[in-house]
Design a protein around this ligand. Sequence first.
Ligand code: HEC
Ligand code: HEC
Length: 512
Amino acid sequence: MRNKVNHQPNWRRSPLAVFCGLAALMISGQPVLADEDGKAAYEKNCQACHQPTGTGLPGAFPPLANNPNVDGEPNYLITTILQGKSGPLEVNGQNYNAMMPPMQHLSDDTIAAITNYVLSSWGNTGAEVDDDDVEDVRVELGLKDRAAGKPHAGATAAEVRYKGAPSAMSGGKQIVSPGAPPMSEAEFKHAQEIYFQRCAGCHGVLRKGATGLPLTADITQEKGTDYLKALINYGSPGGMPNWGTSGELSDEEIDMMARFIQHEPPTPPEWGMPEMKGSWEVHVAPEDRPSEPQHDYDVDNMFAVTLRDAGEVAIIDGDSKEVLNYVETGYAVHISRASSSGRYFTTIGRDGKIDLIDLYMFPPQVVAEIKIGLEARSVENSRYKGYEDQIAIAGAYWPPHYVLMDGQTLEPKKIVSTRGMTVDTQEYHPEPRVAAIVGSHKHPEFIVNVKETGQIKLVNYADIDNLQVTTIDAAPFLHDGGWDRSGRYFMTAANENDTIAVVDALERELEA
Ligand code: HEC
Ligand code: HEC
């Protein structure tokens, strides 16, 4: 990712413009930008929405011409450019309720030039502001310090990197959707790649919305290409990264993405029992595994280090820090979990591949593997007394399900879909992803967090054929969690409403 942002307006680079600026400076004693510069900056930053002659688009973007809110109100214009605008608005009897992204990244000179241009065009009655006036407004709004170098307004860089992390998924076929702007098959393919790489983490594979808003074709077509392009380009204060002004996507790519998201999302293939069984391999059967460690290292003091890009995990002895083996695993291992007994490590890659590593063997090696989905994040082992190492569970992002497996061989036993209704609005969600899973010490249960529906599932593995699942309604979007020190309470954070759900694993209920 490129994070350097070049917000230098064009006029600074043009020798002619600098010359004009200098001439103006000598005459007035103040650096006032020529109209040309204001026009160019308007075209670059505002025109996509407010249109070339400031007419706006009725119902979508308010006009800047013949608008009493704007005419003769330079500070209002400057404030709006700096802060963006959202919420209901009425101009000349026409209602608006949309969102304008803030543009604090523009320099004071540029904002002054745009303001002067807008207020001296299309019948507006002129205003003369300069960079100092813009600076005053910035200070007044408390934006002065935050103005520079904040590429993703509203989202920290780390957050964007985490949520926007590439998906391991490759996609489905192009669906040509009525009402969507045309695109070639090659464009569709490229756009889909960008979408899975950069957008799916926040907007969901099926675009039903997760951290980001839903981007289904009915919604995006109504908003139209210009609006979508502007939003992808500038981002928004609600946490949408500014892909264009940060330099991460080119103008062509933004145009392509804006068209792509107006088509029906291609559905990636399902991954069910036949596919799982097809990918399942036992390299060393349980009866052929050693009954005690074949080495003098301490099995309880080994750890696994992910070598992400190599698709390997290094098994390291905690005492000597010696690497005992490099084990080949799935693409970008997401987590490694030690089994209850400490004998096994189970790893899961973002591509859904699980490897069971036996630490008794020397060197430690993979004894069984399976792929449980196309995109996955979590794996866990049974921890209740009497069930240690017997059952394994893994949760997938796509398809949205979790699967119970034999803990010794990874043979898939039961797949449970998480598709269903959300806790808050009771609406159907086709893609509720499985986030953190933990094994309870208090009952023969796994505690499974389902993100988009906001449910916590208590999955009882005592009788897999007659699986008992208790559903606790928590809050969307459940993310990650952990045990308290007693091992009784499981706490999990819900991203969307900044709450933490606390589950009492003993009483099997939501505590807070
Ligand atoms: C992504 C599209 C988009 C871009 C780009 C954009 N605007 Fe806006 N602008 C809007 C929307 C939408 C509204 C109305 C917001 C609402 O209804 O709450 C708006 C509102 C405004 C208003 C307030 C109008 C009123 O009557 O209250 C002004 C002034 C304005 N924009 C100026 C600008 C200027 C100047 C630029 C360029 C620096 C710009 N806008 C760029 C979408 C955009
Ligand atoms: C870090 C999370 C994140 C990533 C990554 C992300 N978005 Fe967004 N996106 C958001 C959020 C949050 C919103 C809602 C913004 C708001 O309400 O202000 C949004 C809004 C949007 C909107 C406007 C939807 C509307 O109805 O107004 C579009 C279009 C969009 N995103 C497209 C994309 C595309 C295309 C990509 C990939 C290039 C992408 N997003 C990547 C978080 C993200």
